[in-house]
Design a protein around this ligand. Structure first.
Ligand code: ZN
Length: 361
């Protein structure tokens, strides 16, 4: 049985939003009441289960693939899928309510595509999507008040129009970050840059954001205090840095270290790379950071003295690539002052400084 007339999904609309519009459109019921009547659980819509898609396709006449492409499927323990991309829960962001207040106010136009009903956009659900390209505003994002808000029906989770007006008026303006645009293109099947494409979309996102946060706000910035707009800026900077792959990434790491050592006179990789180092060295989650780990590890071993036998980013260091005066003094028993004099007399080809520490291969 197909309910007529057909109610199509609006471009960019989430499956949850569309389901929430079916009830008022076909039966004069609220979205949740209509789903209950049809014996479709809200959770099955949130998870875009195959059963739910099949049932909705039969009822609405909309192709199953079209419905699936507008939702986020659960594909395993804390793993999710949208179109051809698989990612973890920090990227899928089911813990938050997100919307553009200006978009929801526009939706209220009775002659608009949703005939006056609010439309939730699927893109709002992904963590690196933080701005509305249409209105040039930072999205409104807040923690959910309970599990039930995973069902992002904008009629239920967003405030009334008067409150939306205030939110829209107070929303900072922002350009869409390069990272956000990349993620949106990737969902549409557009490829490049290569280095990012070789990793999962959430790994690519985190790599850009951590790198960008250290580039823009310094390696020792307090990540917990960065705003959505700050993270958007970080995403752009990180994305620009890794467009050229490993070479661009190493240049960015050099820049981060240089700035750190202007503020902190000496120290090891943690002093140089701050949050970046802590993320990879003391990882609290089991999430694999992806290829950035090996690039940063190589950079550290190439440019800083790291003792053999120590563990760097989960892997033991087998051989030393760089000495500091202190480490060479320790391993040779020769006093540092003597070594410093000897260095001046000897042609050591690769000497560099990190803060006040002299290092060489
Ligand atoms: Zn908007």
């Amino acid at each position: 049985m197909v309910m007529l007339p057909v109610l199509p999904l609006i471009e960019g609309e989430s499956t949850v939003s569309w389901c929430s519009r079916l009830g008022p459109f076909h039966a004069g019921l609220s979205g949740p009441d209509f789903l209950k009547l049809m014996q479709i659980s809200r959770q099955s819509v949130v998870d875009t289960t195959d059963d739910c898609i099949g049932r909705l396709a039969d009822l609405t006449g909309i192709a199953a693939d079209r419905i699936r492409a507008s939702g986020v499927q659960r594909v395993g323990e804390a793993r999710f899928k949208h179109r051809d991309e698989v990612f973890g829960m920090r990227f899928a962001l089911r813990t938050h309510t997100t919307f553009c207040p200006a978009c929801l106010l526009d939706d209220a136009d009775p002659s608009g595509p949703s005939a006056g009903r609010r439309v939730g956009r699927i893109g709002w659900m992904f963590s690196p999507v933080r701005t509305c390209p249409r209105h040039g505003l930072v999205l409104h994002r807040r923690p959910n008040r309970g599990f039930h808000e995973q069902f992002q029906d904008m009629t239920l989770v967003a405030p009334d129009d008067a409150a939306l007006q205030k939110l829209a008026g107070n929303a900072p303006s922002a350009n869409t970050s390069g990272l956000q645009s990349y993620v949106e293109r990737r969902f549409d099947g557009v490829s490049g840059p290569d280095w990012l494409d070789t990793q999962d979309v959430d790994q690519a996102t985190k790599a850009c954001e951590m790198l960008g946060a250290c580039l823009v706000f310094g390696a020792h910035t307090n990540l917990d205090t960065l705003s959505l707009r700050d993270w958007s800026e970080a995403g752009s900077a990180g994305f620009e840095a890794v467009r050229d792959g490993v070479d661009g990434l190493r240049k960015a790491l050099e820049e981060i270290s240089r700035v750190s050592f202007r503020q902190i006179s000496k120290g090891g990789p943690q002093a140089a790379l701050g949050r970046m180092y802590q993320w990879l060295q003391f990882k609290k989650s089991k999430t694999d950071p992806g290829p950035i780990r090996d690039v940063v590890r190589e950079f550290v071993l190439d440019t800083m003295p790291v003792d053999p036998g120590s563990t760097l980013f989960g892997t033991p260091v087998e051989t030393r690539r760089r000495h500091s005066l202190a480490s060479l003094s320790r391993s040779t028993g020769v006093h540092q002052a003597t070594l410093r004099r000897a260095l001046k007399l000897t042609d050591v080809s690769d000497v560099s400084t990190h803060g006040t520490d002299l290092m060489f291969s």
